[in-house]
Design a protein around this ligand. Structure first.
Ligand code: NAD
Ligand code: 6OD
Length: 496
């Protein structure tokens, strides 16, 4: 399982990653390299699906909508999804290795969050689909006999699931699991940066007996490649997309001519509000996590931290101290933070580090690239960074950076804190740190976001609505919201 090109275990050693189309693993046409962000080495080549391969996948998915999959009862379908979860757990180490090879993220995170959540997504949506109730409305009729209306939930059809690279397996399964639970067929397109855990999932689907064409996997890029072919395809009925807001906008335009159903989970510029009455150590630890988790590459990460003035200096010093102590390193070194996803993304994040200085900010800690003196210097590592002193209209305060950096600024009143937090074109998540119960509820409610945490961050119950307002998304997923998106409700009226 160890690839000569990789310093780490890798389940696809010496292989070209295939697409899965209509139950067949396909390696044909163009391919592209999969590069490790830990050391810049090529760890695999990946089959790129062109428009004709995407079309074959869509036709296979359409055909599967009329095959054995359509005849499964909901309990049978959900039992199959539970088998997917079990098989992921049986192949847990391979999934962890695959995710780590693509992203360089820490073993601790991949093994405690990314892969367990992938399995949990299949179980959660199997349970939710099984427990879904149907509405029934009894009505009067002129003849006095009445009628019953009841709702049946049908699949929407062929669903495109397009995922980003930051939490590749968690986010792909977050959409694929409910789509399948509702009886749809799926074309999954992982990010070109992170094909490996999706490739393992394709194997798992085959192993547990998901019928051919129900789950298809196409690898490739976005514009003028696999992604574009998928979102413009007339036989794709719905697109569940997670990624950048600008990409969401481009997909919306591409999908408009064929009027597809869309669910978008997009970017963020999330605020954390730390009140002086907060449990200082809890707020500090939570903020360190919310800024630097996954090297700052979580859509929910806080890039703007506002701290009430009486504790501002102490908090900034403590936050910078904690950031300096974070161990940056390779995935199996017990580090706290791995690399960014790629050199290209590091260039982008470093351009914001430079911009922060140019815009008048003070770099309290970090601001550069760590040097290791070994092959990690060929990777995409970067220092965790805290900035202060920027004006609120600075680009670093307004634009999503998606790296391990936050700007920290003081506030004097609750009203000011709320205003600052909401003064953004994004609206995904917020964290409020306070020990005042009334304030906690009052402030959380005023956050113009889809998800607000009080005295925690990224604490997830999969039944709750997840998504953003403004540039951060369209619609909600999670629990019944996902079931609604991936289903076509139909009313049947029975005259009694
Ligand atoms: P991205 O938008 O560049 O790419 C996401 C996916 O879309 C990839 O699979 C890519 O190949 C595909 N794609 C790109 N252009 C396309 C096109 N024109 N047509 C079809 N597909 C296309 O995003 P990324 O860089 O992979 O991920 C980081 C971004 O994702 C950040 O902005 C982050 O905030 C956001 N994100 C949001 C959430 C959320 O839940 N709101 C979660 C994770 C990441
Ligand atoms: O926890 C989830 O379900 C979820 N969708 C998380 C998204 C994280 C963004 O990077």
């Amino acid at each position: 399982m160890r690839s000569p090109a990789s310093a780490f275990p890798y389940p696809f050693a010496d292989q070209q990653l295939p697409c899965l189309i209509g139950g067949e693993f396909v390696r044909e046409g163009r391919s592209f390299p999969n590069v490790s962000p830990v050391n810049g080495r090529i760890i695999a080549t990946v089959t790129e699906a062109d428009a004709s391969m995407v079309d074959r996948a869509v036709q296979a998915a359409r055909a599967a909508l009329r095959g054995p999959w359509a005849r499964l009862t909901t309990p049978e379908r959900c039992a199959l999804l539970r088998k997917v979860a079990e098989r992921i757990e049986q192949r847990f180490d391979e999934f962890v290795s695959a995710e780590i090879a693509d992203t360089g993220k820490t073993f601790a995170q991949a093994s405690s969050l990314d892969i367990p959540r992938g399995a949990a997504n299949f179980r959660a949506y199997a349970d939710l689909a099984l427990g879904r109730a149907s509405e029934c409305f009894e009505m009067g009729t002129p003849d006095g006999r009445g009628a019953l209306n009841y709702t049946v939930h049908k699949p929407v059809g062929v669903v495109a699931v397009i995922a980003p690279w930051n939490l590749p397996f968690l986010l792909l399964t977050w959409k694929a699991a409910p789509a399948l639970a509702c009886g749809n067929t799926v074309i999954a397109k992982p990010s070109e940066e992170t094909p490996s855990s999706a490739a393992l999932l394709a194997e798992v689907m085959q192993e547990v007996g998901v019928p051919p064409g129900v789950f298809n996997l196409v690898h490739g890029f976005g514009p003028e490649s696999t992604g574009e072919a998928l979102v413009t395809h007339p036989d794709v009925s719905a697109i569940a997309f997670t990624g950048e807001s600008a990409t969401g906008s481009a997909i919306m335009a591409s999908a408009a001519p064929t009027v597809k159903r869309l669910s978008f989970e997009l970017g963020g510029k999330n605020a954390s509000l730390v009140f002086a009455d907060a449990d200082f150590e809890a707020a500090l630890a939570g903020t360190v996590r919310s800024v630097f988790a996954n090297c700052g590459q979580v859509c929910l990460c806080s890039e703007r931290v506002y701290v009430e003035r009486p504790i501002f200096e102490r908090f900034v010093e403590a936050l910078a101290g904690a950031a300096r102590r974070l161990r940056v390193g390779g995935p199996y070194e017990g580090a706290d933070m791995g690399p960014l996803i790629s050199r290209a993304h590091r260039d982008k994040v470093l351009s914001y580090y430079r911009l922060a200085r140019e815009e008048g900010g003070e770099i309290v800690c970090g601001g550069g690239v760590p040097r290791f003196g070994d092959e990690r210097d060929e990777g995409a590592f970067i220092e965790p960074t805290v900035v202060r002193g920027l004006p609120e209209d600075a680009r670093c305060v307004r634009e999503e950076i998606f790296g391990p950096i936050c700007h920290v600024a003081p506030f004097d009143t609750e009203e000011e804190a709320v205003r600052l937090a909401n003064d953004t074109r994004y609206g995904l998540a917020a964290a409020v740190w306070t020990s005042n119960l009334q304030r906690a509820h009052r402030v959380a409610r005023q956050m113009e976001v889809g998800i607000a945490w009080v005295n925690d961050w990224f604490l997830r119950d999969l039944r709750t609505p997840f998504g953003g307002v403004k540039l951060s998304g369209v619609g909600r997923e999670g629990g019944a919201y996902s079931l609604a998106f991936f289903s076509e409700p139909m009313n049947i009226c029975v005259k009694l």
